[in-house]
Design a protein around this ligand. Structure first.
Ligand SMILES: [Zn+2]
Length: 352
């Protein structure tokens, strides 16, 4: 707020408004740009393609931006644009037009380098004639990447790259390592390191805006048991305590049948993002070997069949899915091979 008052007073004094990016007072639109795609693989080496690595990293960066619930200076969260989300070719001018036409505040391009197996390390670019805001963003991206990865520092640089030159907003392009280097490729192609890199891009952006780095303060876990609020099922799901493997006091049992009579766990999630979903049942030889859990994720419902004759009395992974904030559901259908039982006990969501 002090930043805004100062800017207002400067304007009132008739001075020229300089940049006010530090402590931005409105939600900021960030355009993430995964390089290459489709017919253009970018660099190749070590059995990897640049277009794949940078898309994976960029999608993880988008997730971090969407997960970050810290104060971004009045907006409450970032508004995220991304030049591609799948393996498609997007022209350089198409990338610039997209960012320009959608009013992006920052443009952040992610690439891997390649140089005949003979170079390694990271470097970050801004447009040669770019402004100090671009240089600051570039420097922060470079610093945070270096802090995250033990790769060779090659420096902050300038270049006349198309996407840096023809975007109207502050822009940087990060070369996250050499795909054809035996040293770097184990990082750039690795999902965990892609995620760490993605987080470092968020931290760079936050420092660039004068904000604290976001880290999830505590694990977000939402558990719904069969006898707590959030559980619903018809009377055909009968209460049982026969097995000692129950979560909480008991569980519910229903004979399998070719009919729609699913039990539903509804979890009220505090924020959108990726959640690991797990289910708990008590096992037994009369259980279904293909109990159909239906996860109603943001991208659509996904059915995950689990063998309830095994692994009872513990959390069993159904997968990690994207969900919006608020009520989200997992259902257990009884519509599978007849002659068995499906067991409805507990489901939990853990934010990733
Ligand atoms: Zn590239």
């Amino acid at each position: 707020m002090r930043q805004i008052s100062r800017l207002v007073s400067v304007l009132a004094a008739g001075a020229i408004a300089l940049c006010c990016w530090s402590g931005a007072s409105a939600q900021q639109k960030i355009c993430v740009d995964p390089g290459h795609g489709g017919s253009d693989p970018g660099g190749v080496g070590s059995g990897q393609q640049e277009k794949v690595n940078v898309l994976n990293t960029s999608l993880k960066f988008r997730t971090w931006l969407n997960t970050d619930t810290s104060d971004t200076g009045g907006g409450g969260s970032w508004s995220v644009l991304i030049t591609r989300t799948t393996d498609v070719f997007v022209s350089l001018s198409g990338r610039c037009d997209y960012a320009n036409n959608n009013g992006a505040n920052r443009f952040m391009s992610i690439h891997n380098n390649a140089f005949n197996n003979s170079a390694h390390g990271i470097e970050t670019f801004a447009y040669t004639s770019g402004g100090s805001t671009s240089f600051d963003l570039r420097n922060k991206v470079y610093e945070e990447a270096l802090a995250m990865w033990p790769l060779t520092p090659r420096g902050t640089k300038t270049a006349n790259f198309y996407v840096l030159k023809y975007t109207n907003m502050a822009a940087e392009l990060h070369e996250a390592g050499f795909i054809d280097s035996s040293i770097d490729s184990v990082y750039v192609g690795n999902s965990t390191h892609q995620n760490n890199h993605a987080k470092s891009e968020l931290w760079a952006l936050q420092r660039h805006y004068g904000l604290a780095k976001y880290t999830p303060s505590t694990a977000v876990v939402v558990t719904v048991d069969n006898d707590t609020s959030g559980w619903s099922a018809s009377a055909n799901w009968t209460l049982s305590t026969s097995s000692t493997e129950h979560y909480g006091a008991n569980y519910r049992v229903r004979p399998t049948a070719s009919t729609s009579d699913a039990a539903t766990w509804t979890a009220n999630l505090p924020s959108s993002g990726n959640y690991k979903v797990e289910a708990w049942w008590s096992d037994g030889s009369n259980r279904s070997t293909s109990a159909p859990y239906i996860v109603d994720a943001s991208g659509g419902s996904v059915t995950v069949n689990k063998d309830q004759q095994a692994n009872g009395g513990s959390w069993q992974n159904l997968g990690t899915f994207a969900f919006g904030a608020g009520n989200n559901t997992v259902r257990l259908s009884c519509w599978t091979t007849a002659g068995y039982y499906v067991i409805g006990d507990a489901v939990r969501f853990t934010k990733q």
